[in-house]
Write a protein that binds this ligand. Sequence first.
Ligand code: ZN
Length: 185
Amino acid sequence: MILPVTLYGDPVLRKVTPDIDKDYPNLDALIENMFETMYHAEGVGLAAPQVGLNIRLFVADATILADEDPQLKDFKKAVINPQIIERNDEFESMEEGCLSIPGIREDVSRPTKIRIQYYDENWNFHDETYDGFAARVIQHEYDHLDGKMFVDHCSMLRKRFLKGKLTNIAKGKIRVPYQVRPPRK
Ligand code: ZN
């Protein structure tokens, strides 16, 4: 089932999400729906707040880019209760976009390598290190779980430049080729 995607301006995108436990209702169906929603919108990652849920969960699938980056061959995952426990000191800038901020793409500087601990959809524990595009996707989605969005990383000047566009998104004055939930105040 395709879920409506929340847009910039929706307060659910600004909350620090709490962990969930194994009793969380219909988790398998939710994860399946999040993957379906992400594929439909042609994204490579989708965090729970982007479907209106204040919980610590995201999905990602960048296997489509495996030709350019062989590391991404198996990079399809549901990530539950993640904690990034290490970030390296080296930063790299790369253009990012977000299904909750349609029509805007900006360069974002992030650490090139991270170490993350999380549970998968079968509640197996993982402690893994990522670099390259995988590290970028993880950090972008992880930000969503802490109430942050990629435009927060932009310079004051860029933010000022983007203000009009962001205001229009927050008012729902945009056209997007996937289902969205107009921001609630
Ligand atoms: Zn995003």
